[in-house]
Design a protein around this ligand. Structure first.
Ligand SMILES: [Fe+2]
Length: 264
């Protein structure tokens, strides 16, 4: 149903700061630039948009998937680019878990970024993009008051699958997109960063107008108002502004990547 994260809009206090960090250090291509807005492309099918909005910032959490075989090289590249890796309480930066490895760092606005690689992700399906060999945008954090209620809505509206289900944390998964449903009372690892609601606009990709129609029916059932344009659906879910856009991202990519929750 949902294939991927297509676009994330975040506020920034400095367009030039975004350009220096994402454009120069991470070497994401800059695809649009104006006085108060800049777009960067971690991968072809995904855009990060930063807007200057004269508002106080709440940092977001975003994770990028990279090939497991390139992970060590990518950590070296981050360090060569002068990116400060965050540390766990024992001083290490790289975490190894059952299915992969990751590192965390922050941008100039304090957004908590993660580069993560999983052993099960099939390589050679999506082309690694740019200097950091990004495959796709895997995670966006959604701090909420009620983890149970928010994840159930994602399941009922979008047929998301759940993983790592805990009272204060859950992955809600559609395609390659992992919505990190997290309690505002649970701090982000590894630096115990307060999980604040971020003023973000998130666009999910969907393969067809039929999917938009199906989701709009589900929204009707829940009495959630929405606007449906030709190939784009917009609505508010809890405190978050969500969009679903028909894109060319192939529907079978999550299955080809061998993601555990991909529908076969
Ligand atoms: Fe994460």
């Amino acid at each position: 149903m949902i294939t991927h994260f297509a676009r994330v809009e975040l506020n920034t206090v400095s367009i030039q700061g975004v350009k220096q960090f994402y454009g120069n250090q991470l070497q994401f291509p800059v695809s649009f630039e104006a006085v108060d807005e800049i777009h960067v492309q971690p991968a072809d099918h995904c855009t990060l948009v930063f807007k200057e909005d004269n508002q106080p910032l709440s940092p977001a959490h975003v994770a990028f998937e990279v090939p497991f075989t390139a992970f060590d090289d990518i950590v070296d590249l981050l360090q060569k680019a002068g990116v400060t890796l965050l540390q766990w309480s024992d001083g290490r930066s790289v975490d190894e878990f059952e299915t992969g490895r990751n590192v965390y760092f922050r941008d100039g606005d304090g957004n908590l970024l993660e580069v993560v690689a999983h052993t099960y992700v099939q390589e050679g399906v999506l082309p690694p993009s740019g200097y950091l060999k990004i495959l796709y945008l895997r995670e966006i954090g959604f701090p909420v008051d009620d983890v149970f209620a928010f994840r159930e809505l994602l399941v009922e509206l979008f047929d998301f699958k759940l993983d790592n289900v805990e009272d204060n944390f859950t992955f809600a998964i559609g395609g390659t997109a992992h919505v990190v449903v997290v309690s505002k009372k649970r701090k982000w690892l590894p630096i115990a960063m307060t999980a604040l609601k971020s003023a973000m606009n998130v666009t999910f990709g969907a393969p067809s107008v039929q999917v938009l129609n199906k989701i709009s029916n589900n929204l009707d059932d829940k009495h959630i108002p929405y606007t449906l344009e030709k190939d784009r659906l917009h609505f508010q879910l809890g405190e978050y502004n969500l969009h679903i856009q028909v894109t060319a991202f192939p529907e079978n990519i999550p299955a080809l990547l061998q993601l555990p929750n991909a529908s076969k």
